[in-house]
Design a protein around this ligand. Structure first.
Ligand code: ARG
Length: 270
């Protein structure tokens, strides 16, 4: 373990939860009869942005659109590696219009955007490790999209099968700590995928069921600081043992939609 872990400055794209609500149910966390506290959601989201900026990260914002309550979950809109943008095609018809708004933002920022041919939910299921893309399937993003992602980036794509509907996106079950390591919840994966992860990352930080249910795997790491849900206590303790600095940020209102810190954060990799 290195003596001191070195953070790397990141560029994030986020979308204010001005129109955030739970109006439909497309994952087991969502109950449309459950009221969202919009003011609390906005405050929680703003503290995340402040924490990112306080830690030296750049945060860009995109204008939210009325009628798209899940648009706050910026991670799902694309995956950006080497300055190349692979856009999204949502599984749920309710979310499909989001893609075009993000595409418009990326184009205005000077990027061209690849439109996927099959269902693909951006960083929700496509996790860049620094060497290859870990790609989730089972609930949203298709294997066909994994193939398309590999063809587009020319980086190896490793398909992993998710089996628990509570962890319907890869970023609810796994996150990258730095170029060398990840944290994940093994039970969210099929036996074969679990074996693949164990071979690739024999020293991974493993999370408990409670950590995972607290959205502890929906974290963002800059290589040193890990922005993490405060209830994922066991995982935070383990990260500390491994030399990382957990920075708790509470996004509990977003859990009502099945989202957390990472879901609200799109990383733009130059
Ligand atoms: N309600 C959203 C959905 O089910 C939540 C998306 C969470 N995003 C994520 N990156 N896991 O699509």
């Amino acid at each position: 373990m290195p003596d001191i872990r070195v953070p790397r400055r990141r560029r994030f794209l986020v979308c204010e939860p001005r129109h955030f609500a739970v109006q439909y149910a497309i994952n087991p966390w969502m109950h449309p009869d459950l009221q969202v506290d919009v003011d609390l959601a906005r405050d929680q989201w703003q503290s995340l942005i402040h924490v990112y900026r306080d830690h030296g990260h750049t945060v860009d914002t995109l204008e939210p659109v009325p009628g798209l309550p899940d648009m706050v979950f910026a991670a799902n809109s694309a995956v950006v590696v080497d300055g190349r943008v692979f856009g999204s095609l949502f599984h749920a018809p309710e979310r499909r219009p989001e893609s075009l708004h993000y595409e418009t933002w990326f184009k205005a920022a000077g990027y061209s955007v690849h439109r996927p041919e099959s269902v693909c939910e951006g960083e929700g299921d496509l996790v860049w490790t620094g060497r290859y893309v870990l790609a989730g399937t089972g609930f949203r993003t298709t294997r066909e999209a994994h193939r398309e992602v590999q063809e587009f980036f020319g980086h190896p794509v490793i398909s992993l099968t998710l089996v628990d509907p509570y962890f319907y996106h890869l970023d609810t079950a796994l996150f990258v700590l730095d170029d060398d390591n990840i944290a994940y919840y093994p039970e969210a994966f099929s036996p074969g995928s679990r074996e693949v992860l164990a071979r690739l990352y024999p020293d991974a930080v493993l999370a408990t069921h409670d950590d995972a249910m607290a959205f502890g795997l929906n974290s963002v790491s800059d290589g040193r600081h890990v922005f993490i849900a405060p209830k994922a206590e066991a995982l935070a303790a383990r990260l500390t043992e491994h030399g990382y600095d957990p920075v708790p940020v509470d996004l509990s209102e977003f859990q009502k939609a099945g989202g957390g810190i990472k879901c609200c954060t799109q990383e733009i990799r130059p």
